[in-house]
Design a protein around this ligand. Structure first.
Ligand code: MAN
Length: 438
């Protein structure tokens, strides 16, 4: 009799605890208080009061599906996986007993045709190992980041010194340009005066004396045929020269020095006139030539200053931790292409035949406000055939090395890359990882 009583009690206890388990199946710890055994159950949206026995009875009573957290009866219900040893999470309750293991503890398949082994412990261990590795990498990255910042300081100083040097060079060249412009103008004016003198009917007048004057006792005329005739003292001593050629004039004393000694020594007026004109023309040509050279050098230096200033104005991170990338390019080969990323400059793609296209030029940082230095944008690249101009977004991720880890083209001519670098490691990356784990 006593044994029978004990058996009845055991059956009652089992039934009771089974029904308790059934009622709270699929309910998270924080919601369990709403599923405590009482006479009635109030749907969580407050819309209906139903007898408590109708909770998880495989029939949907509440509009929000809250009476059936542990069955697939309500289309909008959600099942809570406890996943002890790993991370708890919700799955749509339509997945309960559908023959697929959704929870790592297998609780979503409690009366299924399949067996779900409990993988939570294994997943938890794997995750904490990964987290440890990640933390180690961040710590290591943070140490390297310090060195990169120091490297960046050197690069920054070099660029500043380069700028100063270029500015000095530019000032010197500017003065040279002025000087050469003056020389060119002087040479041209001298040549002009000479031409006027040669063409003038009166020959070498007083005004031309400065520049040579007429040949001793002679005048110059331009003939109908376009040639100049130099009239010397003796008519038979006429010397004809073609228009455009240097006329014969008396060289000014100071210019005599410019002539080669062999000509100076010849002591012949004709030779001296003619030679001086050659020298005059050469002086103009040389001045034009020299001026062109210094002007080109000046323009080049100006361009370099502009480019350098642009580089120095770029945002290189809160501690200028990305400056070191100014002097680095990273590459990755994917299928038939070689991709090259030169941060703060451009991204290129070279095919196996060697032809290269620009996938974008530096545009700026586009990370979210709380982590601005996590994404770089390069746009205005070479145009895609019948498509947009190529552009690239680079995700900048904390890593122990500075290298490209992936290159993709998710949509035609829009590229995405992943750059790993210690410069992207932040203390809160570490804190966030730990926080997520907890
Ligand atoms: C080249 C490459 C590709 C791109 C096509 C578009 O082949 O730049 O990445 O998709 O052009 O025509």
């Amino acid at each position: 009799m006593e044994l029978q009583f004990q058996m009845v009690l055991a059956v009652l206890f089992f039934t009771e605890s089974f029904s308790e388990t059934r009622r709270i199946r699929g309910v998270s710890m924080s919601y369990r208080r709403f599923y405590r055994e009482r006479k009635y159950f109030l749907c969580l949206d407050g819309s209906r009061l139903i007898p408590f026995v109708q909770v998880n009875d495989d029939y949907c009573d509440c509009a929000d599906g809250s009476d059936e957290p542990g069955t697939a009866a309500c289309p909008n219900g959600r099942f809570y996986c406890v996943n002890l040893g790993f991370r708890p999470h919700y799955v749509p309750s339509s997945r309960v007993n559908d023959g697929i293991c959704d929870c790592c503890d297998g609780t979503d398949e409690f009366s299924s045709r399949i067996q779900c082994p409990n993988k939570c412990r294994m997943l938890g261990q794997k995750e904490s190992w990964e987290l440890e590795e990640r933390m180690k990498a961040v710590k290591e990255g943070l140490i390297q980041k310090k060195q990169l910042i120091e490297e960046g300081v050197v690069v920054w100083k070099e660029k500043q010194a380069q700028l100063q040097q270029l500015q000095k060079m530019s000032e010197d060249l500017r003065m040279k340009v002025e000087e050469y412009r003056g020389m060119k103008l002087k040479a041209e004016t001298e040549k002009e005066h000479l031409e006027i003198a040669v063409k003038s009917e009166d020959g070498f007048g007083e005004e031309n004396k400065l520049h040579g004057g007429a040949p001793p006792g002679g005048t110059s005329k331009v003939n109908e045929g376009g040639s100049s005739v130099i009239h010397n003292k003796e008519p038979e001593e006429k010397t004809q020269i073609q228009q455009g050629q240097d006329p014969i004039k008396t060289p000014p004393h100071e210019d005599l020095d410019k002539l080669p000694p062999v000509i100076r020594e010849a002591q012949s007026d004709d030779v001296l006139y003619h030679s001086w004109c050659i020298v005059g023309n050469r002086t103009v040509d040389r001045a034009v030539d020299e001026l062109q050279k210094v002007e080109e050098a000046y323009d080049t230096v100006q361009m370099e200053i502009r480019e350098l200033k642009e580089k120095l104005e770029i945002d290189y991170g809160a501690e200028r931790e990305f400056v070191f990338l100014l002097s680095r390019c990273v590459q990755m080969s994917v299928s038939e292409y070689m991709y090259t990323l030169c941060p703060f400059s451009q991204v290129t793609q070279k095919n196996s035949e060697g032809s290269e296209v620009i996938l974008g030029k530096w545009s700026g940082w586009i990370g979210p406000p709380d982590a601005p230095y996590t994404q770089m944008k390069f746009d205005e690249g070479d145009a895609c055939w019948q498509g947009p101009k190529r552009s690239t977004v680079v995700s900048v991720v904390c890593g122990t090395e500075t290298d490209l880890r992936s290159v993709k083209e998710p949509s035609r001519c829009l590229y995405s890359m992943e750059l790993h670098t210690p410069a992207a490691c932040r203390l809160n990356t570490l804190q966030r990882s730990i926080h997520n784990e907890l």
